[in-house]
Write a protein that binds this ligand. Structure first.
Ligand code: GUN
Length: 294
């Protein structure tokens, strides 16, 4: 049996269309144009690609996009001043500071300076804590995308065994909370977990978010399981362009899993689409409007 390949590209495109429709509605009915500010420090090539894609897709959805590109050696005080300005700006409803930041900047201090109501990355401790407490919160975009992709396969995740491999603030930890909200039974695994293969073998849902190329092997996977691969690893190819691979050995897993996301074309596509969702939600909440229907 060959697994169904979950088409992240198509699912993300459909979500972007729904966001664009809702944006058109809030513009028409409430004269509200949701606005997203993205802050990029330095010239990390992968970050530059992501930021360009965020800018294009934000505009395509009918929202306002504000890009702030700062030099690698910007001072912490100057970056904090920019964030304070964006917090006050009534045209800005979402603020995203692209990570990783240069080592000279203290990431935690920067994230903590963002107004939690505009924290479309869901990284501010207010939002992370609210999510962990089962309260309404802006949640990180990649885990939101993972849930939407899973639900394209399973209408309900109730009672399913899920394993999340990876415990980062951006993906693993918030994904665990979102899965709990869906009534899944969640195992949290990571680089120090003992016998990952055995843990994986019990899971109906496998989320690989460790950043290690092809670490999860085909024979770890329970036959018929749904595999969501969050990894985006660039593997050098002698004399050629680097190759993108996930955290799962895709060809091996394809013969065992029931459904699997490809890399590229899986989770990556969903992250920006969910950022647009969060920006729309933040704009409606700040304006005192009901939550949008996306
Ligand atoms: N770098 C890679 N992914 C992300 C993300 O989702 N948000 C931010 N801020 N930086 C990232």
């Amino acid at each position: 049996m060959t697994a169904r390949i979950i088409d992240g590209k198509a699912i993300a495109a459909e979500l972007r269309t729904r966001v664009a429709d809702e944006v058109a509605r809030v513009k028409r009915e409430h004269a509200l144009t949701p606005g997203l500010a993205v802050v990029l420090v330095g010239h990390d090539p992968a970050s530059e690609v992501y930021v360009r894609s965020k800018h294009t897709q934000t505009q395509a959805a009918g929202m306002a996009s504000f890009e702030h590109k700062l030099p690698e050696d910007v001072s912490q005080a100057d970056l904090l001043a920019l964030i304070a300005r964006l917090n006050r700006d009534p045209l800005v409803h979402g603020i995203l500071v692209q990570l990783p930041l240069p080592k000279s900047l203290h990431t935690e201090t920067i994230i903590n300076a963002i107004d939690p109501a505009k924290d479309v990355d869901g990284l501010h401790p207010n939002n992370a804590g609210r999510l962990a407490g089962g309260l309404a919160a802006l949640s990180p975009c990649t885990p939101l995308g993972c849930i939407i992709l899973t639900k394209s396969v399973h209408a309900s995740l109730e009672g399913m065994n899920a394993i999340v491999i990876g415990r980062s603030n951006l993906v693993g930890r918030p994904l665990v909370q979102l899965l709990l909200n869906e009534n899944a039974t969640v195992t949290i695994a990571h680089s120090r977990s003992r016998d990952l293969a055995k843990l994986c073998a019990q899971a109906d849902l496998v989320y690989a978010a460790v950043g290690r190329p092809e670490m999860v092997r085909g024979d770890w996977i329970k036959p018929g399981a749904t595999v969501i691969d969050v990894g985006i690893n660039r593997i050098p190819v002698p004399g050629g362009k680097p190759k993108l691979v996930g955290d799962v050995a895709f060809q091996e897993a394809l013969n065992v899993a029931g459904a699997i996301t490809p890399v590229p074309g899986g989770v990556g596509q969903m992250t920006v689409a969910c950022l647009l969702v969060n920006t729309l939600r933040a704009a409606c909440a700040i304006a005192g409007l009901p939550a949008p229907a996306v």
